[in-house]
Design a protein around this ligand. Structure first.
Ligand code: SF4
Ligand code: SF4
Length: 339
C-alpha cells in the first residue's frame, strides 16, 4: 500500500515497505524490518545506519542531585561513583564506527556527566572514532566553570546544554535561578549570541571557541515527563499518538544495560523488566534488532492508546496534527506493513 499525507509542517509517506515520517522537526525512517527480529549483520547495520539519529551513553552512575521531577529523587544515583568500563565504551564506539555513524552522541542519562573523571577522555575518543558524529552533554551546571569549558572544548565537545535547577531537590524559584545563571555567566569567558529573559525564564546561547553552550533556567517541573510512571505529573491524559524514540535512539546505561528510551530508568526496580539487554554479552546492533526492541516498536507505531510506561508519556506528542481520516489511513497502512 502507498500512503502520502502532507500538511505544512508534517508528512507521512509510505511506499511499499518503507515509511517516512516528518512531524515538525521529527523525521523518522521506518521499515518493515523494524518489526521483526533481524539476525543478519548486514541487515542490522543497514537498518541502524538509516534510522538511528542519537546514541545516548551514560558514562558513569553518579548524580549529585535528587530532583523532584527525576526518578533519582529516590536516592538511586547518589551513592556509588561507578564508571562504564572501557570495554563497553570501546565496544559501542567500534560498532558505531563500523557504519560511519553520523548522528549525535549524547554523553549523559541519569548521571551528572561532569562528575565523571573520565569524561574528557571519553569525549576525545568519541571524536576520534566517530569524526562525523556530533557530541553533546546535558549537565546541571554545578561543576561547570571556565576551566571545565576549556577542557571540554579542547577534547572536541560540540555542545553542552546546562539546565540550572533550584536548590536541591530542584524547587523552582526564578529569582534564585536567575542569580545562579548570572554568577555562572560572569565567571565564564564566553561569546553570548542570545540572551532571552522573561518573568519566569532565562535562556542563553553562547559559544566558547567551537563549542556551543546553552544555559536554560525555567520551571522544568511544569514540562517534565512522568518518566514511565515513576514521577507524578499533573497531566494524566492517555497517549494516543505514535512514538519514534525506540526507532531513532539507542540508550546505554553505565553498566551496559540498554533501554528503549530516556524515560526508562535503568537502575529503578520498577523499570528493570524494560531493559532490552546488556552489552556485556550482546552486541548493540543485535539488541536494537532483537525481540524486546521489536516489541516496543510494534506497541508504539500506531495512533492508538498506549500502555504501561508509555500510557501517560508526553514526549514528542503530536496530538491534533492529523485529521481523523488521515489517522485511519495511516493505521491501515501500518497494519499492512506489519502483516
Ligand atoms: S534531573 Fe538531572 S540533575 Fe536532577 S537528579 Fe536527575 S539526572 Fe540529576
Ligand atoms: S512513549 Fe514515552 S515512554 Fe514510551 S517509548 Fe516513547 S518516550 Fe519512551
Amino acid at each position: 500500500m502507498n500512503l502520502d499525507i502532507k500538511d505544512t509542517k508534517q508528512s507521512i509517506f509510505l511506499e511499499n515497505t518503507v515509511l517516512s515520517v516528518q512531524v515538525g522537526n521529527q523525521k523518522a525512517y521506518i521499515a518493515k524490518e523494524h518489526f521483526t527480529e533481524q539476525q543478519a549483520p548486514e541487515v542490522q547495520r543497514s537498518l541502524i545506519k538509516r534510522t538511528v539519529r542519537r546514541v545516548v551513553i551514560e558514562t558513569s552512575s553518579y548524580c549529585n542531585r535528587q530532583c523532584i521531577f527525576c526518578p533519582n529523587v529516590e536516592n538511586i544515583r547518589n551513592n556509588d561513583k561507578l564508571s562504564m568500563s572501557d570495554a563497553i565504551y570501546n565496544h559501542i564506539l567500534v560498532e558505531l564506527a563500523s557504519i560511519g555513524f553520523q548522528g549525535e552522541i549524547l554523553l549523559h542519562l541519569y548521571n551528572e556527566p561532569l562528575v565523571d573523571k573520565h569524561i574528557f577522555q571519553r569525549i576525545y575518543l568519541a571524536n576520534l572514532m566517530l569524526p562525523q558524529a556530533k557530541t553533546t552533554i546535558n549537565s546541571n551546571g554545578d561543576f561547570f566553570n571556565q576551566k571545565v569549558a576549556h577542557k571540554l572544548q579542547q577534547n572536541g565537545l560540540d555542545t553542552i546544554n546546562i539546565t540550572i535547577y533550584g536548590k536541591n531537590p530542584g524547587i523552582f524559584k526564578i529569582k534564585n535561578i536567575k542569580q545562579r545563571i548570572q554568577q555562572l555567566v560572569d565567571s565564564l569567558d564566553i561569546n553570548i549570541q542570545s540572551d532571552i529573559e522573561t518573568d519566569l525564564s532565562r535562556v542563553i546561547q553562547a559559544h566558547y571557541k567551537t563549542m556551543t553552550i546553552n544555559i536554560v533556567g525555567k520551571n522544568v517541573e511544569e514540562t517534565a515527563y512522568d518518566r514511565g510512571g515513576l514521577v507524578n505529573v499533573e497531566s494524566k491524559e492517555i497517549r494516543k499518538t505514535p512514538c519514534f524514540s525506540p526507532f531513532q535512539e539507542i540508550l546505554i546505561a553505565y553498566d551496559g544495560s540498554v533501554v528503549p528510551c530516556c524515560n526508562i530508568h535503568p537502575s529503578h526496580k520498577l523499570h528493570k523488566k524494560h531493559i532490552i539487554g546488556n552489552l556485556q554479552n550482546q552486541s548493540l546492533f543485535s539488541l536494537y534488532c532483537g525481540h524486546k526492541a521489536v516489541q516496543w516498536r510494534q506497541h508504539l507505531i500506531k495512533f492508538d492508546e498506549k500502555e504501561d510506561c508509555c500510557r501517560h508519556c508526553t514526549r514528542y506528542l503530536f496530538n491534533n496534527v492529523f485529521s481523523t481520516e488521515a489517522i485511519s489511513t495511516y493505521n491501515k497502512a501500518i497494519d499492512d506493513l506489519l502483516e
